[in-house]
Design a protein around this ligand. Structure first.
Ligand code: PLP
Length: 217
């Protein structure tokens, strides 16, 4: 299946970049995919998945997690503040910490729960008005503010503008991470994950190249 091919391409990209084998975590983005395709990838042994919608994940993952031990699910879509509590119950990682109000809400919930998911700050590297994320020139302050709220920032995440070369955006994200002492870089999708790995991605989010095209019908 395509999973094996993508895993092999990731390994080759790691080698080409002079990075250790296994340096990059593959997040299989299963949003909107039919259940049989998701189960096939689980049966092939993959255990790390990405979802965009709280509701969809809530309907799918609790039972799949019972069937397939050791599965982790990452939230990679925009998160409404009023769904933050449910998200903490569902997800092991959150890639879309994109605004102060969400950070404040998460900080309160994390204190009560006593556990924190792996957190990635989404940076709007293209400064696109319709796109979520902290603007690049505000990222340093936001990362510092999260730390002051006892929210450990594990990494940064970006979605480069469509139809543009992703490389400058990957470089920008890596530079923001480096100057803030942040280790994780969630960047690269089906069309550009090899370039992302060359630029230091620690997590790539690959959907259609593994599962096939999404049908939103
Ligand atoms: C859907 C999605 C992906 C996966 O996209 P593909 O092009 O199918 O690999 C990755 N990241 C985010 C944030 C997404 O919403």
């Amino acid at each position: 299946m395509a999973l094996a091919e993508i895993s092999a391409r990731i390994a080759a990209a790691e080698r080409a970049a002079g990075r250790p084998e296994g340096a990059v975590t593959l997040i299989a983005v299963s949003k909107v995919q039919p259940l049989d395709r998701v189960v096939a990838v689980l049966e092939a042994g993959h255990r790390i998945f990405g979802e965009n919608y709280v509701q969809e994940a809530a309907g799918k993952w609790p039972s799949l997690r019972e069937r397939f031990a050791g599965t982790s699910v990452h939230m990679i879509g925009p998160l409404q503040t009023n769904k933050a509590k449910t998200a903490l119950e569902l997800f092991d990682a959150l890639h879309t910490l994109d605004r102060p109000s969400l950070a404040e809400k998460l900080a309160r919930l994390v204190q009560i729960r006593g556990t924190c998911p792996e957190l990635f700050v989404q940076v709007n590297t293209g400064a696109e008005p319709q796109k979520a994320g902290i603007l690049p020139d505000q990222a340093d302050d936001f990362i510092r503010a999260c730390a002051l709220m006892d929210l450990p920032v594990a990494g940064l995440m970006c979605i480069p503008p469509e139809g543009e070369d992703s490389a400058p955006h990957f470089r920008m994200l890596a530079a923001i991470a480096a100057r803030n002492g942040v280790a994780g870089l969630s960047m690269g999708m089906s069309g550009d994950f090899e370039s992302a790995i060359a630029h230091g991605a620690t997590h790539v989010r690959v959907g259609s190249a593994i599962f096939g095209a999404r049908s939103y019908a």
